[in-house]
Design a protein around this ligand. Sequence first.
Ligand code: FES
Ligand code: FES
Length: 175
Amino acid sequence: MATTKDIRLKVNGVEYVRSVDVRTLLLDFIREELQLTGTHAGCEHGVCGACTVLLNGKSVRSCLLLAAQVHREEVLTVEGLATNGQLSKLQNAFWKHHALQCGFCTPGFLMTAQELVNKGEEIGEEDLREALAGNLCRCTGYQPIIEAVLEVLSSQFLSADAESGSIDSTGGCSA
Ligand code: FES
Ligand code: FES
């Protein structure tokens, strides 16, 4: 039985071709082979969410996947959020709301929240708390994280409303 597999995948828009041991976790592949150490290894049992990345736009725990499983797939890690050295809206909101302390959990929270931002669906605080419940933080007490993500989500709706003309230039409803 083959113990290695050739894989081709895109990570943060860059294509990689590698031969991997079939037992290599995606988490270890990202951190050790690609040297993208922003994705953190916490529990390594699918519990803490620190290893979260987006796989074809969906948040997954890279400690529960094998690198061999992502052949021909697209992965986004926390390093892929900033553009030309500029923090993303979510990263800026985390900074503004002091939504991190030690920062160990932060990449995982950012990637889970990025999936929500990409979906562009309206979501209330209670549902947001549920959506982020799979990510654990030992420092912040969660409130600033919730505030940061809510701010980005609600700003998307404000700009979408403004574009559709339902909000006038003064911020009032045009209906
Ligand atoms: S390291 Fe993957 S869920 Fe904790
Ligand atoms: S900021 Fe330390 S674990 Fe979340």
